[in-house]
Design a protein around this ligand. Sequence first.
Ligand code: CA2
Length: 164
Amino acid sequence: MPAPIRPVAVREMPNTVYVLNGPNLNLLGTREPELYGRATLADVEKLCRATAQRFGLAVEFRQSNHEGEIVDWIQQARAEKAAGLIINPAGYTTTSIAILDALYTMEAPVIEVHITNIHARESFRHDSYVSRAARAVICGFGIEGYALAINGLAALIGAEPRKG
Ligand code: CA2
């Protein structure tokens, strides 16, 4: 007899913000500092956690060089009913319909972040697929853009700053 099909238990994480980073962002702080600055991705993670904590939000911070893995994480954020999703799609910004399709399924707000001002750079960086699914887009503020994104997301979902 075939094994009975059991529904998979998905934990719900309504106070968690997913922060997803695309290809090569693991190199942040080690190459091209004139463009991307000297802060590392670990510094970005710290900044996100400190900013989110002010609103009582937790952060699920991830980076991948693989498109499908990013799609899986977006689906996970949706299934867990995450409070929101912040994404720097990096090199997948202008190429990935798979990431766009996954983002379209999100009910929680999606915010797109770029460290550099993509509109002041080469024209092939301008036309973001991801922006079509994003509630807001932040670019050109360096890594501070991630903190701005968390502050903006908190305002969107009505998360109040904690006292003290
Ligand atoms: O400005 C951004 O955040 C970008 O998303 C960064 C991407 C680029 O393809 C986008 O057009 C704009 C590149 C990420 C690569 O990150 C590196 C960081 C340090 C050294 C080398 C690559």
